[in-house]
Ligand binder design. Structure first.
Ligand code: ZN
Length: 340
């Protein structure tokens, strides 16, 4: 990335490979990376984080360890790994209590650290994990960010239980489709919304119990009809904007709303009297801990869930891959494949 702006800022070119500078670092030769909305926000300069240009985007990746620093013990050269994206300073109160994803000096791959839209990436060895069993490199690059995000939101914060009803706003993106898969494995009933009948059909093929096309009907009314006027226990709303109030109105008494962003606007209108009278809980989160990442990998190994991959682009077409995601055409993840 040569500057902040549109996808034209992404240039496919050669640069110096990364070199180990700390004893706990490794170099990974990447086989695949995957796209996330955060890449686009970083490219647009919307995160307020200033980085030196040119900069390499990309929070998600998987590949093979090719070099290790002298203090590295958890991975070996030749090991196939997936990458846990955030790293902390090791010093602040959050890092010292196993919450380095909440570090006040947080660094995330592709954000403050050089990312994964590349053949090689350098990162702390502690961020490398064995890939889930049976996963291809494409799948291993597609799951970390969206699955750790949903794990913290839905498992840790909302504590979704078997038999509960969950509403997923805007099925199609990586977090939404991954949440649908996990919620069904847990034994929840799942209602999804989309403006696309095709995406609703794909969600039903993945196990969604009901789909509501929000261009054709009001989803609050639809949810009330589907739940005996009770509402749902959990809503995943990473859309925000005009949708936020409707998401709150879809919740049952004591319901939980979880969010990891607001693609349609970050300053929605709240309904505080509803939050109070229905005793609602709103949980915001981003990423998750290493402990949660390990729990997640165990869950993936046990359930055999794999991330939904919509399309694979060669690394040289990363700009087109971002345009494709910006147009919201995908269902699931968009992957970049590295040249050898
Ligand atoms: Zn810290």
């Amino acid at each position: 990335m040569h500057g902040y702006g549109g996808a034209e800022q992404l240039v496919y070119e050669s640069c110096e490979p990364p070199a180990i500078t700390e004893p706990d670092e490794v170099i990974v030769k990447l086989k695949a990376a995957s796209l996330n909305h955060i890449d686009i926000w970083n490219r647009m300069g919307a995160t307020g984080i200033a980085v030196a240009m040119p900069h390499i985007l990309g929070a998600d990746g998987a590949g093979v360890v090719v070099e290790t620093g002298p203090k590295v013990e958890n991975v070996k050269v030749g090991g196939a790994v997936c990458l846990y994206p955030p790293t902390g300073c090791g010093q602040c109160e959050f890092c010292r209590t196993e919450r380095d994803f909440m570090c006040i000096r947080l660094r995330v791959l592709g954000e403050r650290l050089e990312g994964t839209y590349a053949q090689y990436v350098k990162l702390p060895a502690q961020n490398c994990f064995a890939i889930p069993s049976g996963y291809s490199f494409h799948e291993a690059a597609a799951f970390p960010l969206v699955f750790i995000t949903l794990w913290r939101m839905v498992i840790t914060n909302a504590a979704l239980k078997p038999g509960e009803t969950m509403l997923i706003i805007g099925i199609g993106g990586g977090v939404a489709s991954a949440t649908l898969q996990a919620a069904k494995k847990i034994g929840a009933r799942v209602i999804v919304t989309s403006g696309s009948d095709e995406k609703i059909e794909r969600a039903k093929a993945l196990g969604a119990d009901h789909g509501v096309n929000h261009h054709k009907e009001n989803f609050v009314t639809a949810v009330q009809a589907l739940t005996d006027k009770r509402g749902v226990e959990v809503v995943l709303d990473c859309v925000g904007g005009e949708v936020w109030r409707q998401s709150l109105a879809s919740l049952a008494r004591g319901g939980r709303l979880v969010t990891c962003g607001a693609t349609a606007g970050g300053a929605p209108q709240d309904d505080i009297s509803l939050i109070v009278s229905r005793q609602l809980k709103i949980h915001g989160s981003t990423l998750g801990s290493r402990r949660e990442f390990l729990q997640l990998i165990s869950f993936l190994n046990a359930t055999k869930i794999k991330p939904i991959i919509d399309r694979v682009f060669p690394l040289s077409e990363a700009a087109d891959a971002q345009r494709y995601v910006e147009a919201a055409k995908q269902f699931g993840k968009v992957v970049l494949e590295m040249p050898d």
